[in-house]
Ligand binder design. Structure first.
Ligand SMILES: Cc1cc2nc3c(=O)[nH]c(=O)nc-3n(C[C@H](O)[C@H](O)[C@H](O)COP(=O)(O)OP(=O)(O)OC[C@H]3O[C@@H](n4cnc5c(N)ncnc54)[C@H](O)[C@@H]3O)c2cc1C
Length: 396
């Protein structure tokens, strides 16, 4: 293999490039990204950047020196517009065709817009700076959608003294993902902090001075943030022969076709640990999958299935939620430690007869790690709760 092209210059793409070099790949390496920035971190956008606790110069994932040490041709501000899997070339917007022996697709997702395409979105640094410049104490932000991202932005805006309305069509925010009890706890948290939470009501459109709800009621607001889910960036792969189905479809090796691998938010792959196809939109997962895809590209038939326990965190006010596993489609949810009202708890998820996930707040990392290990070994649901293992002792 002489030439590898990685499309998408963010968490997954960067991890892929670094892994290729670490594993000894000495050929030509090109990293293409359509944003005007070198790889930067996205999770702080809805937290430290929006709250002005961080300046944006803390976001880059690597220094210029680290990037140049990788000996990678970094082409930022460059959009990939197509791939020819027979000729093995990636076409970019300038019309140039970049040849590859191996291709890693790491193009992430973009926010879903409402039909009128109005209101702020929050995915990129530019989005965050734009929204931030409009948020001052006393201004009214209306957030459409109380998923993790919308809820985090609402919490941050409250923190800087904005009035906040959070509108969510589901009766209980996030109930489909984390269950009713955790969803209700989150609702209470936001209401206690002064967010005007309107559940069971959808937004029909964003208008000049706010939003119009499905029933016709108008809620006025200075700014509207639309946070209603995301769409995988696979349009540029249409017609390539690669399988697209809510993401770029891959096997358990993260392979989408001969010489083509995918990683991060855009990749729908078969996770053998849970026996199902999944697409995961979490920061640490993106990096892990970038590494796995790069290794498997180099190893070919000696590659290893990618079977992680997905992890994510979400910061809302002073609460850090952490989750391991695959919570979607669960059959049962049970509080296994602590108390939701005290915001110190572990909630476990059963799918079939297995423990498939946990979500927690205020719990010692050691305890959480033991739950993670139980999920990784496909523990039966009726097993005793895992006990934290002793810290590894170093030999004297
Ligand atoms: C505001 C915000 C807060 C978040 N908070 C958390 C959190 O608290 N915890 C957590 O676990 N996760 C969080 N996430 C999710 C996390 O940031 C993502 O899972 C992670 O960024 C995914 O990395 P990625 O490399 O797969 O994709 P992305 O980071 O989306 O990067 C893909 C890159 O590819 C570029 N691209 C797309 N199409 C093309 C093309 N055709 N040609 C060239 N380039 C292209 C995109 O512009 C982008 O730069 C958050 C995300 C956001 C937006």
């Amino acid at each position: 293999m002489n030439r590898v092209v990685v499309v998408g210059a963010s968490a997954a793409g960067l991890a892929a490039v670094e892994t290729l070099r670490r594993e000894g790949f000495e050929g030509d390496l090109t990293l293409i990204g359509d944003e005007p920035y070198a790889p930067y971190d996205r999770p702080p956008l809805s937290k430290q950047i929006l709250s002005r606790t961080w300046r944006e110069d803390r976001l880059p994932l690597r220094s210029d020196e680290d990037l140049s040490a990788l000996n990678v041709e970094l082409r930022i501000g460059t959009e990939a517009i197509g791939v020819d899997t027979r000729a093995r070339t990636v076409k970019i917007a300038s019309g140039e065709a970049l040849p590859y022996d191996g291709l890693i697709v790491a193009t992430g997702v973009r926010p879903r817009a409402l039909p009128t395409a109005r209101g702020h979105l929050l995915r990129t640094l530019d989005d965050a700076l734009n929204l931030r410049s409009r948020l001052e104490p006393g201004r009214h932000l209306l957030v459409v959608g109380a998923g993790f991202l919308g809820a985090e932005a609402a919490a941050t805006a409250r923190g800087i003294g904005c009035r906040v309305t959070l509108v969510e069509p589901a009766p209980v925010p996030l109930a489909h993902a984390v269950g009713e009890d955790v969803g209700r706890m989150l609702s209470t948290l936001h209401s206690e902090r002064g967010v005007d939470l309107r559940t069971g009501t959808g937004v029909a459109e964003v208008i000049d001075d706010g939003v119009r709800l499905v029933g016709g009621e108008v809620i006025e607001a200075d700014e509207v943030l639309v946070s209603v889910g995301s769409v995988p960036n696979t349009d540029w792969l249409e017609g390539s022969g690669l399988r697209l189905d809510d993401g770029l479809v891959c096997d358990e090796y993260c392979s989408a076709g001969p010489g083509v691998y995918a990683a991060g938010d855009v990749a729908r792959w078969h996770n053998p640990l849970f026996g199902t196809s999944m697409r995961v939109e979490h920061r640490t997962h993106a990096a892990e999958q970038g590494m796995a895809a790069a290794r498997n590209l180099l190893r070919g038939p000696q590659g290893r299935p990618f079977a992680p326990v997905p992890y994510f965190w979400s910061d809302q006010y002073d609460m850090k939620l952490q989750a391991y596993g695959y919570l979607r489609g669960h059959d049962e949810v049970a509080l296994v430690e602590g108390d939701l009202d005290e915001r110190r708890f572990i909630v476990a998820y059963r799918t079939g007869d297995r423990l498939t996930g946990v979500i927690a707040a205020g719990i010692a990392p050691r305890t959480l790690r033991s739950w993670r290990q139980a999920i990784a070994r496909s523990a039966a649901w009726d097993e005793d709760p895992p006990t934290p293992s002793e810290p590894t002792r170093r030999a004297a």
